[in-house]
Design a protein around this ligand. Structure first.
Ligand code: GAP
Length: 514
């Protein structure tokens, strides 16, 4: 596809055209950074959530799930540090009156330098052909090393300034780099200010007695405050985990990358409670384990990388991001954080209740340490969807648009197509096949247009199989099954359809690759 911007635009319009993602309240011209999942999107999202839940909860006997409420006692957010420290550094452009995240302006500047590195790599790849060694080139080429050093210097200075709350230096950095407003080109900036990202609301009927609440900005705190309830009622022994999926809300300022950064989004989080002192080994374990989960979906090893944090959040003693190559570059997809005992200790202090674990093995009580894995479901959706959308040149000089979703995640597993829609016997047999398959798979019926057009429609929809019912089917109970990615067609018995499809879409088959 032409370039990254074009590819991203195609992703967004394809998501709308094929019923995956709509702008929220579109009839009222939409609500910024809020999206609705449509008939196919809701299925893809559910399948990703299930794939995560099965890998994290069902496959681990020491991990259980909960579903905590979105509203929590307001002291939760004081204890967690969100009231005081869940801020973004903002800067306004005085001419355009547009507001930006200062750190994002700087990161975008660095992304442009990174694009230059990629360009150098591509050029060298062309020049050296098969003899090209990318790692060696990156670590020795003078120009690339210069670019990389520039990025490191900028990001390290920004990290330090943010950590020290030195917002004047963040502004100075923007000015020194001569960063302009991406819309107007103006470099006329205000000072940088902190802005809290939580959405506030009220609980209660009258203005006097109403209690200030927040919409949760992460699901994790619902797990921390339930730690002891789950441990006791589930008789859980350390190490053990509590997993949860659910909505989180953040008043994001820079919200321009479709479902990458939303104001209402869904997280899939797991807190793993461990003995203090074992966090380094568990950090390593979950880092590797979560990457394996991603790789099992086959989106391409080169599309992932770790980004270890230099600047750590107030609660963490180690942190890394699993970054994914989105159409707009490598960005955070999942965070893995070693959160120490910060959260449990904070909730103990603010609630006055003990949140400790009695370890029978060592005969003592302690506050467990926590290893967290936290992934945005919507971001995972975007990673899968954008990576799967391809345009293929065919032998007869035509192109086809295919959504090569991993079959295990595809919203519709098979479409059943009677060859001729007016032939009642074919329609009847098609419907019988659907009646049988729908107990195991989500299937669709498609009778409109010539069969070739129907194949293309299902390709673009991401459906891994098309099953065509024709005259021969009535005589010998066979059908044609067409595979989306290879376009290969096979004549198979109707009674074998279930096992053929199952082999390709079964969660077990996919998770076994981990
Ligand atoms: N409990 C830890 C936590 O919330 P985070 O890095 O702020 O950590 C975790 O968020 C994940 O949630 C991110 O890696 C990202 O995938 C997702 N996420 C965060 N903010 C988001 C937003 N505004 N829109 C969509 N996904 C978001």
């Amino acid at each position: 596809m032409a370039n990254n911007d074009d590819q991203f635009k195609k992703v967004i319009s394809h998501a709308k055209e094929y019923g995956y993602v709509f702008q929220s309240s579109e009839v009222y011209d939409g609500l910024s950074a809020v999206y609705d999942y449509a008939q196919n999107g809701v299925e893809l999202k559910k399948n990703i959530r299930d794939y995560w839940w099965k890998a994290m909860v069902q496959m681990n006997e020491n991990i259980v799930g909960i579903d905590a409420a979105i509203f929590m006692h307001p002291t939760t957010w004081k204890a967690s540090g969100h009231v005081d420290a869940f801020n973004d550094p903002l800067i306004d452009n005085k001419d355009s009156k547009k507001r930006y995240r200062a750190d994002v302006l700087i990161e975008d500047y660095c992304a442009k330098i990174e694009a230059k590195i990629e360009k150098e790599v591509k050029k060298a790849e062309k020049r050296f052909g098969d003899a090209f060694n990318k790692d060696e080139f990156i670590s020795t080429n003078g120009r690339v090393l210069g670019y990389q050093e520039k990025i490191n210097t900028i990001l390290s200075r920004m990290g330090k300034s943010l950590e020290n709350e030195d917002l004047a230096d963040v502004k100075a950095l923007i000015e020194e780099l001569e960063i302009a407003d991406p819309l107007s080109g103006s470099k006329n900036w205000t000072d940088v200010k902190q802005f809290n990202l939580m959405f506030g609301t009220k609980l209660g009927a009258s203005a006097d007695s109403a209690m200030d609440l927040y919409l949760r900005p992460e699901t994790a705190q619902g797990i921390f405050v339930n730690f002891l309830n789950v441990q006791k009622t589930g008789r859980m022994k350390i190490p053990f985990g509590i997993a949860q999926t659910g909505k989180a809300f953040r008043n994001e300022i820079v919200a321009r990358q479709f479902i990458f950064r939303m104001r209402e989004f869904e997280q899939m989080e797991m807190q793993f409670f461990i003995k203090p002192g074992t966090q380094t080994e568990w950090f390593k374990y979950w880092k590797e384990h979560r990457l394996k989960w991603h790789l099992s979906l086959g989106l391409g090893e080169d599309n992932y990388r770790f980004h270890d944090h230099e600047k750590l959040a107030h609660y963490a003693d180690a942190a890394t991001d699993i970054e994914f190559k989105f159409p707009f570059g490598f960005k955070e997809l999942e965070g893995i954080h070693s959160r120490t005992d910060f959260d449990l200790k904070q909730h103990e202090e603010h609630s006055g209740k003990k949140l400790q674990y009695f370890d029978h093995e060592v005969n003592e009580s302690y506050t467990p340490y926590v290893l967290e894995t936290s992934i945005g479901l919507d971001r995972m959706f975007l990673a899968v969807f954008s990576n799967s959308l391809v345009e293929e040149e065919l032998e007869n000089n035509t192109t086809r648009t295919v959504l090569k979703l991993p079959a295990v995640l595809a919203p519709v597993k098979a479409a059943i197509l009677p060859l001729v829609r007016k032939d009642e016997a074919l329609v009847k047999l098609s419907k019988e096949i659907i009646e049988d398959l729908k107990w195991d798979f989500s299937v669709a019926y498609d009778e409109k247009d010539a069969v070739g057009r129907r194949y293309r429609r299902q390709d673009a929809n991401g459906t891994p199989f098309c099953i065509t019912v024709d005259g021969e089917s009535l005589e010998d109970n066979t059908v044609t099954i067409r595979h989306r990615d290879t376009m290969e067609q096979q004549r198979v018995k109707i009674e074998d359809l279930k096992s053929i499809i199952k082999k390709e879409v079964d969660v077990k088959e996919w998770l076994m690759r981990m």
